[in-house]
Design a protein around this ligand. Structure first.
Ligand code: DX5
Ligand code: ZN
Length: 217
């Protein structure tokens, strides 16, 4: 059975108490901490920058799964690497020279991830799937937490899982947006192996149970 990882998003946390939020993710037994970076241009919202990542780095040993919803992602590679980011996932829609960005992320010592918004088809990634460690499939239009999942996006997981199998590739398939304890299983059945959840984690009374549910068991 494939191992499914749970990656709670601190976008849904109280930003005045981010260290406590990160500790609660670790205590709940989750695998990664998902950090949503928004620049107010690629998406209509502003959140964290490299200083937040650097300040949170010593709070937990869990990997920091940074999701950059920003224009010009190449401009932020060095600062996020210095801050201690583990994954640097950027949007295919934001980078013309995506192959170069991926190479630069790896050269900076981070794991490269690529993401796509609901309106972008999987085949836009054809030429770079062999180069990335993570593909993050957005199930909502990015910018805000607490939205409803768009079920049609789940079919992209089937495509990504079969390409991975056919071509012998190794990327993880992550899903992000509107995931809760009930629909996580559906995403896993379609091919997801990393479950990102913001509201459903931070609103859960029993966070350890929420994490187990995200993993589909
Ligand atoms: C949305 C972000 C997501 C968000 C998910 O733009 O990329 O990571 O935090 O939040 P929920 O789980 O509340 O939809
Ligand atoms: Zn995200």
């Amino acid at each position: 059975m494939k191992q499914v990882l749970a990656a709670p998003s601190i976008l849904a946390a109280d930003f005045g108490r981010l260290a406590e939020a990160v500790q609660s993710v670790e205590q709940a037994g989750a695998d990664w901490i998902h950090v949503d970076v928004m620049d107010g241009r690629f998406v209509p919202n502003l959140t964290f920058g490299p200083k937040t990542v650097a300040d949170l780095r010593p709070v937990s040993a869990l990997p920091l799964d940074c999701h950059l919803m920003v224009e010009n992602p190449q401009d932020h590679i060095e600062s996020f690497a210095k801050a201690g980011a583990d994954y640097f996932t950027f949007h295919i829609e934001a980078a013309v020279h995506s192959n170069r960005v991926i190479q630069n992320i790896r050269a900076a010592g981070m794991k490269p991830g690529i993401s796509l918004v609901p309106g972008t088809p999987v085949h836009f990634l054809d030429e770079i799937l062999a180069e990335v460690d993570l593909v993050l499939v957005m199930l909502v239009n990015p910018g805000f937490g607490g939205q409803h999942m768009l079920p049609s996006c789940l079919e992209k997981l089937v495509t990504l899982a079969s390409i991975r199998e056919e071509q012998g590739l190794r990327y993880r398939i992550s899903v992000d947006g509107g995931i809760n304890a009930e629909n996580a299983r559906r995403a896993i059945e379609k091919g997801a192996d990393v479950i990102v959840a913001g509201s459903a984690f931070f609103e859960a009374k029993d966070k350890a149970t929420a994490v187990r549910n995200f993993r589909g068991r």
